[in-house]
Write a protein that binds this ligand. Structure first.
Ligand SMILES: Nc1nc2c(ncn2[C@@H]2O[C@H](COP(=O)(O)OP(=O)(O)OP(=O)(O)O)[C@@H](O)[C@H]2O)c(=O)[nH]1
Ligand SMILES: [Mg+2]
Length: 248
């Protein structure tokens, strides 16, 4: 075996490296904090901590920027990043997308938090805009459900119930019963901050910036791009309409 053959045979053992995204598909990369139940336990307020959410949002911003993505959405310890069907980032290589998204998130979060945190990453693929709307509705419904659960559980715990008692009290309770439980404890779930119930969205927006052109000696307006961070997302049908508009 000469040097070139040896090189080629080693490369061929990088078996998964040729795996690429499905052509023409919408793609979501979803990163999720590793063992964050434990990581957040001593460090952050329960059920929600604004500082924690801001760390996640910072990581979401980094992903949106580094991947030139269309939309990023974060809730709990996860971030979803939407790539256009036409995205050519990393030659669409699956290994690169999965590993780099996890490492950007871990690096950004760790740097901002000042403590080491790890993330996993996975790929979702969709056939068209409708799949994308379904995907983000699914994640938002998850945010809403776990916010309601988390609020109930920690309200009971803070009222003195044990882990077992609080868990038992919520077993089999539907959404209406959980809302009532909170109400009895002085919490109106519809008034807890929207970002807790609906998650946070980030996307690119353009804006006009007044400037001056020294060559032509005149006032000009430049069109710039910046990241919009929305902590008051709409929900259900209005959310789908907003997303449909964003990806059209
Ligand atoms: N204290 C606190 N915890 C949070 C907050 N947001 C999310 N978490 C916690 O993050 C955890 C996310 O859960 P999962 O991703 O399902 O579980 P995990 O422990 O990270 O396990 P793996 O993802 O499988 O590694 C939950 O336990 C949440 O309570 C927050 O604002 N404050
Ligand atoms: Mg997790």
């Amino acid at each position: 075996m000469d040097g070139e053959e040896f090189e080629a045979s080693q490369r061929s053992r990088e078996w998964f490296h040729s795996l690429v995204l499905v052509p023409g598909a919408w793609t979501v990369l979803r990163v999720d904090g590793r063992s964050f139940s434990r990581f957040t336990e001593q460090r952050f307020d329960k059920p929600f901590d604004l500082r924690f959410s801001q760390l996640m949002t910072e990581a979401a911003r980094a992903l949106l920027t580094e991947f030139g993505a269309r939309y990023a959405y974060t809730e709990s310890d996860e971030i979803s990043v939407l790539l256009d069907p036409s995205s050519e980032i990393f030659g669409r290589g699956v290994e690169k997308l999965v590993s780099v998204s996890a490492s950007i998130t871990a690096a950004t979060f760790t740097h901002a938090a000042g403590e080491p945190a790890q993330f996993d990453s996975r790929i979702w693929i969709g056939n068209g805009p409708m799949d994308v709307l379904d995907y983000f509705s699914w994640r938002q419904a998850d945010a809403h459900r776990s916010a309601l659960n988390g609020w109930c559980y920690w309200t009971l715990r803070k009222a003195g119930q044990s882990r077992e008692e609080a868990t038992k009290a919520l077993e089999g309770a539907n959404a209406a019963a959980k809302n009532e439980l909170l109400y009895r404890h002085g919490v109106n779930f519809n008034e807890v901050p929207a970002w807790q119930r609906r998650g946070v969205g980030l996307w690119w927006e353009t804006y006009e910036r007044p400037g001056y052109d020294p060559m032509r000696e005149m006032a000009v307006t430049a069109t710039r791009r910046r990241v919009r961070e929305e902590r008051e997302l709409p929900m259900k049908e209005p959310y789908r309409e907003f997303l449909a508009d964003l990806i059209s």
